[in-house]
Design a binder for this molecule. Structure first.
Ligand code: G4P
Length: 531
């Protein structure tokens, strides 16, 4: 007999890896997959640009630049767990989708480069995790290179990110002298040795009890003495492990290692799997929805247009949040009030997509969108009628004025921008006074401007020009009835409206935001907009 519904859900762990580009997210993911037996050779995740996956993608831009606009979900089994890693696009393809993906994760792994510490993109992604109160695990990577002092790194995480830390293990040496890690719970030391497995670098480990004299011989007197000092310091100064605080996202368990040499990766994976939780209840307008006792339900967190250009199709990415999805059964789309069968549900993997018959709470599947889904929509079992909490609108950071070059095709142009905005690839605004005669688009990552231009030209036949605007910050005005023309200090910002006529302000820097607030008592500005 197969596993029960409860067993299937309980063994699932769905998380995202967040990091600044180059910290080692791809390398770490790849090592996880190697442990899970999902891939056989290193480099399989990296080679996205040359793989089949890229070929099926819709953008020439993607091929030209060798990046992947489509993010994916990797599923593999390890040690009785079924693991879903949600890929958060990071380099040039950083976009709102990167944030939205975090709305579908139950926890996050934050990869930090040991020589660099906390970097800009990590901070942005971290804020979204904090907003959701999800557990955050820290992997301090690249310990095989010159690293900053470990205590200093912990201080930086605590001070810059404002989360408490609890080292679960501790590095022995760094750089060429990175010899192993000390497990603070079992008081055992794993000493690493580089080996090659199937062409991939891997680690052979020898475990010692911290009191074992052989450890001194293996590590050398100096490193041994340093370790003893540091253990004493740690035990005196660092936070105790507290699962409850971890669950609330208030304490981050910290691990040290090197993804490239795999030193410390397996022990991280094993501890992490035990410390994270299986899919949790999720809030809806009918209260918390339990993943196990409730029948199938899920929500759309991302829409990918034209994965196959010939068919003009759209794929909606759905996180299943309760029960079991059965492809033969109808589901209810709450926002449209329609019952429908989801055709060709698929698991979108890095290199492949395969059609699936069933999936469980915790899984993410791609479903064909007949043109009715929007980001944040709820799908559930017919007979149920609740809606999951919406996905917030995240603040774009780059803005352009969108100029349409052919006045004959105005209708087509408006239709195109509006549709692309509805899919969530860009945000569309209008000038506060001029309305739709001045359209402004905002994006989180600049690649989305290229995507917009390409799609308007290729799918809607519209020639456009994008004129960059000198603003990087957007704020929603909390009280929508505020008359922006009556505010003072308005000269160094731009007044716009979203498509629902909500007033917003664009600023060049944080300094002008502060000035605006100082000069307009009672004005409240918001960085996210809860939908
Ligand atoms: P990302 O996805 O977070 O952007 O980072 P990625 O894994 O692509 O790693 C960025 C670079 O850092 C890669 O080198 C990778 O090999 C290297 N790297 C990752 N983890 C470690 C580590 O633990 N130690 C060391 N020494 N290097 C690490 P690259 O030269 O840019 O790419 P490649 O030519 O090696 O593929």
């Amino acid at each position: 007999m197969g596993a029960s519904l409860e067993e299937e859900i309980k063994k699932r762990r769905t998380f995202a890896i967040i990091s600044h580009p180059d910290a080692g997210k791809t390398t770490l993911t790849e090592k996880f997959l190697l442990y899970g037996g999902a891939i056989n050779t290193a480099g399989s995740v990296k080679g996205k640009a040359n793989s089949k996956y890229a070929v099926s993608d819709w953008m020439e831009i993607e091929k030209e630049r060798g990046i992947s606009v489509t993010s994916s979900v990797l599923q593999f089994n390890y040690d009785g767990y079924c693991i879903n890693i949600l890929d958060t696009p990071g380099h040039q393809d950083f976009s709102e989708d990167t944030y939205r993906t975090l709305m579908a994760a139950d926890s996050a792994v934050m990869v930090i480069d040991a020589s660099k510490g906390v970097e800009a993109q990590t901070i942005k992604l971290f804020k979204v995790c904090v907003m959701r109160h999800i557990p955050i695990f820290t992997f301090i990577n690249k310990m095989d290179l010159e690293a900053r002092d470990s205590f200093e790194l912990l201080d930086e995480i605590e001070n810059v990110l404002g989360i408490r830390t609890c080292p679960i293990n501790w590095p022995i040496g760094a750089g060429k002298r990175f010899k192993g890690v000390y497990d603070r719970d079992t008081k055992k030391v794993s000493m690493f040795q580089a080996v090659s497995v199937g062409g991939a670098k891997s680690a052979a480990e020898t475990d010692y009890d911290v009191t074992d004299p052989a450890l001194k011989d293996a590590g050398g007197d100096e490193l041994y003495a340093q370790l003893m000092d540091e253990i004493e310091l740690l035990d005196g100064a660092s936070d105790e492990f507290d699962q409850e605080l971890v669950d609330k996202g208030e304490l981050s368990p910290v691990f040290f290692g090197s993804a490239l040499t795999t030193f410390g990766v397996q022990t991280f994976l094993e501890h992490f799997l035990k410390m994270t939780q299986s899919p949790l209840p999720r809030m809806s307008d009918a209260g918390l929805i339990d993943p196990i006792t409730e029948p199938f339900s899920g929500f759309v967190f991302k829409i990918q247009a034209n994965m196959n250009k010939a068919h003009h199709d759209r794929i909606a990415f759905m996180r299943i949040s309760s029960g079991k999805f059965d492809a033969t059964k109808e589901v209810y789309h709450v926002q449209s009030g329609r019952k429908l069968r989801l055709s060709q549900p698929q698991q979108i993997m890095a290199q492949d997509r395969k059609v699936i018959d069933e999936a469980y709470a915790g899984d993410v599947i791609g479903v064909f969108d007949p043109g009715i889904f929007s980001i944040g929509d709820t799908l559930c079992t017919p007979g149920k009628k609740f809606q999951y909490e919406g996905i917030p609108t995240f603040a774009p950071e780059h803005f352009c004025r969108l100029v349409h070059l052919d006045s004959m095709k105005r209708k087509q142009f408006i239709k195109g921008v509006t549709q692309i905005a509805q899919e969530g690839a860009i945000q569309m605004f209008q000038d506060y006074t001029l309305g739709m005669s001045e359209i402004i688009v905002g994006v989180v990552g600049v690649l989305q401007f290229d995507v917009l231009k390409y799609r308007l030209e290729n799918e809607y036949g519209c020639d456009i020009r994008l004129e960059p605007l000198p603003y990087n910050y957007i704020r929603w005005v909390k009280d929508p009835s505020t008359d922006l023309n009556k505010l003072s200090r308005i000269s160094d910002c731009k007044k716009v409206k979203d498509m629902k006529d909500n007033p917003l302000l664009l600023f060049a820097n944080e300094w002008s935001i502060r000035l605006m607030l100082e000069h307009n008592e009672g004005l409240e500005l918001e960085e996210f907009r809860k939908n």
